[in-house]
Design a protein around this ligand. Structure first.
Ligand code: AMP
Length: 189
């Protein structure tokens, strides 16, 4: 089972992905986490990525696609994977389609966790307060930019999957347990 968890920053994608990983024994692939590992390891890629991440902009499609291509080929993805925070641009979605086709794989479902903007802002501010250095990108000053970028670059991805009839929307304004319950219900179908 290969899934995409879709939603704006702060929608709870990471939290739900971890629950699904435990339940289905599949792997979570978070491009944000992969980039943070590069930042922490102070690699060249990490140094470039940090500046971009701290501004709330998107890291280039080329960097992201080369990371994803390597990751998805690994043997631990055989049983399935959950993409969290990827794809974030139409180009990434199209390129992902090609990579998967070459591997004889496909995305079974895209799950959009839909949240209302005010709640979202509240959650991100909360996360910023609790954040350590690694989540410096969540500072409230850049929140607006992250949401702007989401609307401009990432929302078109939803339309792409809707046209392919694999998009499902969950109400993300419920508590964590209820969101999980709705996702599990959806996966039964
Ligand atoms: P996240 O933890 O998923 O919110 O990602 C944190 C930051 O990493 C984002 O604000 C982007 O700067 C960068 N990033 C993560 N995933 C992607 C992606 N798929 N495409 C471009 N940039 C990304």
């Amino acid at each position: 089972m290969n899934l995409i968890l879709f939603g704006p920053p702060g929608a709870g994608k990471g939290t739900q992905a971890k629950i699904l990983v435990d339940k289905f024994k599949i792997v979570q692939i978070s491009t944000g986490d992969m980039l943070r590992e590069e930042v922490n390891a102070r690699t060249d890629l990490g140094k470039v990525a940090k500046l971009i991440m701290d501004s709330g902009d998107l890291v280039s499609d080329e960097i992201i696609m080369s990371m994803i291509e390597k990751r998805i080929c690994k043997s631990d993805c055989e049983k399935g994977f959950i993409l969290d925070g990827f794809p974030r641009t139409l180009k990434q979605a199209v390129d992902l389609g090609e990579i998967l086709e070459n591997l004889n794989k496909k995305i079974n479902k895209v799950i959009e966790i839909n949240v209302d903007e005010e709640l979202l802002i509240e959650r991100i501010i909360q996360r910023a307060k609790e954040s350590n250095y690694n989540r410096g990108d969540d500072k409230t000053e850049i929140l607006k930019n992250r949401i702007f970028v989401y609307r401009k670059d990432t929302l078109p991805v939803l339309k792409y999957y809707k046209e392919r009839e694999i998009l499902n929307t969950i109400n993300g304004m419920q508590n964590i347990e209820k969101v999980t319950k709705d996702i599990l219900e959806l996966l039964k179908l």
